[in-house]
Design a protein around this ligand. Structure first.
Ligand code: FMN
Ligand code: SF4
Length: 732
C-alpha cells in the first residue's frame, strides 16, 4: 500500500503529456456541447419567404446580386432596376467578417426578433420608404421575425423606446431598431430626437448602455447630395449622428452599417441594397454571429463607428445661419443654448410652406399671426368667442399671434405638432421685438382687409377692426420662449393693445421674469405627473418639477397679475377622477380664474397616434359635470371659487375667485360676478408707474346672458348653424 503513491508518481511522469491532452480534449467537448445547447435554433435559410421592398417601378435585382450576396430570406429586391448610381454612398449588402470583434463572440439571448421601424418625415418621402419596409417585413413568413412595428418619431414618447428597449410579446424575443431619417438643416423634431439621445447618454441615472438589450440596430439616412454634396457639407448628417448615438446607447449593437441615399438620384436602389443587407443582419444577430462588423461601401469604421472618439460621439454642432443674425442675447436660463444659431422657420423650410398654406403669416424667422374664425365671425355680426362673454373682448378687435412658433411640449391635441419646431432651449436667431411688432400688425391688417369683400361683413365692424385692441399671444408655440417677450408686451401696451398670454408651465424662470400682462394664462393639461406626461409629452425630463415651480410662481404673481388656469379636458386622458387633483393645484397657485374647456378634435395623425378620436371630445354636459365636481372639491378645501360664466358654444366654463370678483360696484350695491376687464383702467394703472393689483382694473358686471346657466351668447348677435343658416328661437 505504501508503494502506491510512488508508483502513481512514476506513472504521472511517464504519461503526463497524454493525460493533459486527454483532459484538455474532454473539457473542450463539454464546452462545445454546452454552447450548442444554449444557442437558439438557427433560422432556416434554405426556405426563403421573400420580402420585397418594392419602392417604385418593378426592376431587376440581377445587377446588384452580381456581387456576392448571402441568400436573403426576408428582404429581397426582386424589383427595381438596381443600376449603380454615381450619387450616394451605397450599402452593397455584404458583411465583412471580423473574427476578432469582441461582440462577435457573444451568444444571442433571444430566438426571435421584433423589428421596430422609426422614421421622421416632413415632406413624406422617408415615410413612404418606411411604410414599404414595414409592409415587406409584415409579409414575411419567417419564424425568426415577429410582426414589425412602425413608429413616427413625432408620435412616440422617446422614453418608451430610447431609455430601455420596449417589452416584446415573446420572452425570448429581442427588439431590433431600424431608423429611417432624412436630414434637415432647419429646426425639426430631429434636433429634439438627437438631443434626447444625447441627454440619455449623459444622464447619470441611466445605465451607460441602456439599449444594450436590443438585438441590434441600423440607420438609413436620406439627404440631398446636389445641395449638400458631402457629409462635411451636411449630407445626411443627422442620420450619421443618430447612428453614432445609437452605437453608444446600445453598447455597439450596430448590426448593419449606416446606409445613405440621395433622394434626387438612385434612392430606391440604395435603399433596396440596404434592405437586402438587413437579411444577413437579422440572421447573424439571431445566430449570434456578431454585430457591427461593417459592410463594404457603407462607410468604414471611421465614418460610422467613431462613437468613442470623443465625449460627444464625434457629433458636430449644427451648421449655422449667419452669426450676425444674433441681434440679441439669449435669455437667462436657456443654459444649454448653443452659441451657433439659425432661423427657426426659414422661408425655404417645409414648416414655412405648411404654415403659410394654412393661413399663417410668418413674421421674421420665428413669429406668426393668423386671424381666427371668431374674428371673421364677429366681423359678420355672428358672435365673438368666449373671451367676449367672460372678459369683454370683441373678436374683431383681437389679433392672435405668437413670437415663438416653437414649443417645449408635444401635446397630443396640438394640431400643429409634428411640423412646428420643438426644443427645450432657444437656439435660433432672435428677431428684434420692434420688427416682430410691426410685422404682426401688418400681417393681421392684411388679412382683415381680405375680408372686405366677404358677404355679410358689417361696415362698422370692418372699420373698427382696423385698430387692434387686443392681442392673444397663444396661437401656437410658447410665447415666453421668446427672449424679448417683455419688450414686445411693452410695445403692445404702449399702443393700448391688451395682452392675454398663454404659457405651458415649463419655463419657471421666464415666468418669474415676466412683466405686466393684462391676463396671464397657464395651461394645466393634467393634475398629476403621469397624466401630464401622457397628454403634454413634455421634452423636459424635470417637467413635473418645472410645472410645480410655475404653480408657486403664479401664487406669488396673484398680487400683480390676473392669473388664469386653462384646463383642456380630454375624455379618457385627464378628466376622470382628476377633479381633486386639479383642486390641489388651484389651492397651490390660487389663480384668479379657472377656465375649463373641452378639447377640440384636430384630426391629425399625432392625435390619432396618441389614440385620440372624436370619442375623446367631451360633451358640454360632461364638461359641466366636471366643473361642478371641481367647484365642490374647491369648497371642500375652504376655497371660495364659484362658477361665474359660460360659453356653451365653445364648450367653455369659467370658475372665478369669489373673494375678488364677486362684488358690488359704483353703479350697483348688489354683489355680482365681475369677470370683465376695464381695459382703459389697465393702461392707466400701467402708465402710472405704480405697483397695481388685478383688482384695480376689474370691469363692469358680467352680462346676464353670459352668467352660468344662460348659455353665453350675446343676444345682439345673430346665431347661425354650421352652414351659416340663421338659427330660429324655436330650433334651440
Ligand atoms: C429645408 C430643407 C433642409 C434640408 N437640409 C438637408 C441637409 O442639411 N442635408 C441633407 O443631406 N439633406 C437636406 N435636405 C434634403 C432632405 O433631407 C430630403 O429632401 C429628404 O428626403 C426629406 O425627407 P422627407 O420627405 O421624409 O421629409 C433638406 C431639405 C429641406 C427642404
Ligand atoms: S403648449 Fe400649446 S402650442 Fe405647445 S404643444 Fe401644447 S397645445 Fe401646442
Amino acid at each position: 500500500m505504501l508503494a502506491l503513491p510512488s508508483e502513481l508518481l512514476l506513472l504521472w511522469h511517464e504519461h503526463r503529456i497524454e493525460l493533459l491532452l486527454s483532459a484538455g480534449f474532454f473539457l473542450a467537448c463539454v464546452r462545445v456541447a454546452i454552447h450548442r445547447r444554449q444557442r437558439p435554433a438557427k433560422p432556416e435559410l434554405s426556405s426563403p419567404s421573400p420580402l420585397v421592398v418594392d419602392i417604385k417601378a418593378p426592376q431587376t435585382v440581377k445587377d446588384v446580386l452580381e456581387k456576392p450576396v448571402e441568400p436573403s430570406p426576408r428582404l429581397s429586391t426582386t424589383s427595381a432596376a438596381l443600376k449603380p448610381s454615381s450619387g450616394p454612398r451605397r450599402v452593397k449588402g455584404v458583411r465583412k467578417t471580423k473574427a476578432s470583434s469582441p461582440e462577435g463572440r457573444q451568444s444571442a439571448a433571444f430566438d426571435t426578433i421584433e423589428p421596430h421601424i422609426f422614421y421622421f418625415s416632413l415632406s413624406g418621402s422617408t415615410k413612404s420608404f418606411a411604410q414599404h419596409l414595414h409592409q415587406s417585413l409584415l409579409q414575411s413568413s419567417d419564424d425568426l421575425l415577429l410582426p414589425a412595428v412602425l413608429h413616427d418619431l413625432t408620435d412616440i414618447d422617446y422614453d418608451d423606446f430610447f431609455i430601455a428597449p420596449p417589452k416584446t410579446p415573446h420572452p425570448r424575443a429581442a427588439p431590433f431598431y431600424l431608423l429611417l431619417l432624412p436630414t434637415y438643416d432647419i429646426s425639426t423634431e430631429l434636433d429634439n430626437f438627437l438631443s434626447n439621445l444625447q441627454e440619455t447618454h449623459h444622464d447619470f441615472r441611466i445605465d451607460t448602455h441602456p439599449l444594450s438589450g436590443l438585438a441590434g440596430y441600423s440607420v438609413f439616412g436620406f439627404g440631398d447630395k446636389h445641395e449638400w454634396p458631402s457629409e462635411d457639407a451636411g449630407f445626411c448628417t443627422q442620420a450619421v449622428q443618430v447612428d453614432k448615438w445609437m452605437a453608444r446607447l446600445t453598447g455597439g449593437k450596430r448590426a448593419f452599417p449606416l446606409g445613405t441615399a440621395d433622394v434626387k438620384s438612385g434612392a430606391e436602389t440604395s435603399f433596396e441594397e440596404w434592405s437586402v443587407g438587413l437579411n444577413t443582419a437579422f440572421t447573424d444577430v439571431a445566430a449570434a454571429k456578431g454585430l457591427g462588423l461593417g459592410v463594404e461601401g457603407s462607410g468604414d469604421a471611421v465614418e460610422s463607428g467613431s462613437e468613442d472618439d470623443d465625449d460627444d460621439a464625434g457629433i458636430k454642432p449644427p451648421r449655422t445661419g449667419d452669426l450676425e443674425d444674433l441681434k440679441a442675447p439669449v435669455p437667462i436660463d436657456f443654459t444649454t443654448a448653443k452659441a451657433i444659431v439659425k432661423p427657426m422657420v426659414p422661408t425655404t423650410s417645409p414648416t414655412y410652406a405648411a404654415l403659410t398654406k394654412q393661413g399663417y403669416t410668418i413674421v421674421g424667422t420665428h413669429s406668426g399671426v393668423k386671424i381666427c374664425r371668431w374674428t371673421k365671425s364677429a366681423l359678420r355680426g355672428r358672435g365673438s368667442c368666449y373671451k367676449y362673454s367672460f372678459y369683454g373682448i370683441q373678436s374683431h378687435l383681437c389679433m392672435e399671434a405668437t413670437p415663438s412658433l416653437s414649443c417645449s411640449n408635444k401635446c397630443v391635441f396640438c394640431w400643429r405638432h409634428g411640423t412646428n419646431p420643438v426644443s427645450t432651449t432657444w437656439k435660433w436667431t432672435v428677431d428684434p421685438p420692434d420688427e416682430i411688432f410691426v410685422g404682426l400688425k401688418e400681417g393681421h391688417y392684411k388679412k382683415i382687409k381680405m375680408m372686405k369683400g366677404v358677404p355679410g361683413v358689417r361696415a362698422e365692424r370692418f372699420q373698427e377692426a382696423m385698430t387692434i385692441r387686443h392681442c392673444a399671444l397663444s396661437l401656437v408655440g410658447e410665447p415666453i420662449f421668446y427672449p424679448h417677450i417683455n419688450e414686445l408686451l411693452a410695445m403692445l401696451h404702449k399702443e393700448h393693445v391688451s395682452t392675454f398670454l398663454v404659457c405651458n408651465a415649463q419655463h419657471p424662470d421666464q415666468l418669474a421674469a415676466l412683466g405686466p400682462v393684462t391676463q396671464l394664462y397657464v395651461s394645466i393639461d393634467a393634475s398629476n405627473k403621469e397624466s401630464l406626461k401622457k397628454i403634454d409629452r413634455p421634452l423636459h425630463r424635470d417637467f413635473w418639477e418645472r410645472f410645480l415651480r410655475c404653480m408657486d410662481i403664479l401664487r406669488e404673481k396673484r398680487f400683480t397679475h390676473r392669473t388664469v388656469f386653462r384646463l383642456t379636458l380630454v375624455k379618457g386622458f385627464n378628466i376622470e377622477e382628476e377633479a381633486e387633483g386639479y383642486a390641489d393645484l388651484v389651492q397651490r397657485a390660487l389663480p384668479s380664474f379657472v377656465e375649463v374647456k373641452g378639447v377640440t378634435y384636430c384630426g391629425t395623425s399625432t392625435a390619432a397616434g396618441a389614440g385620440l378620436t372624436m370619442r375623446n371630445v367631451p360633451f358640454y354636459e360632461e364638461v359641466s359635470a366636471f366643473v361642478l365636481a371641481l367647484e365642490a372639491a374647491l369648497l371642500k378645501r375652504g376655497l371660495q371659487y364659484g362658477i361665474a360664466a359660460e360659453h356653451a358654444h365653445s364648450c367653455c366654463i369659467l370658475l372665478a375667485d369669489k373673494t375678488r370678483f364677486f362684488r358690488s360696484d359704483e353703479t350697483d350695491t348688489t354683489e355680482r360676478w365681475h369677470t370683465l376687464i376695464d381695459y382703459p383702467k389697465f393702461f392707466k394703472c400701467l402708465e402710472s408707474g405704480e405697483q397695481f393689483r388685478p383688482e384695480d382694473y376689474v370691469g363692469a358686471a358680467t352680462p346676464e346672458w353670459a352668467l352660468w346657466g344662460n348659455g353665453g351668447f350675446d343676444p345682439r348677435d345673430e346665431r347661425v348653424d354650421r352652414k351659416g343658416r340663421k338659427i330660429e328661437e324655436s330650433k334651440e
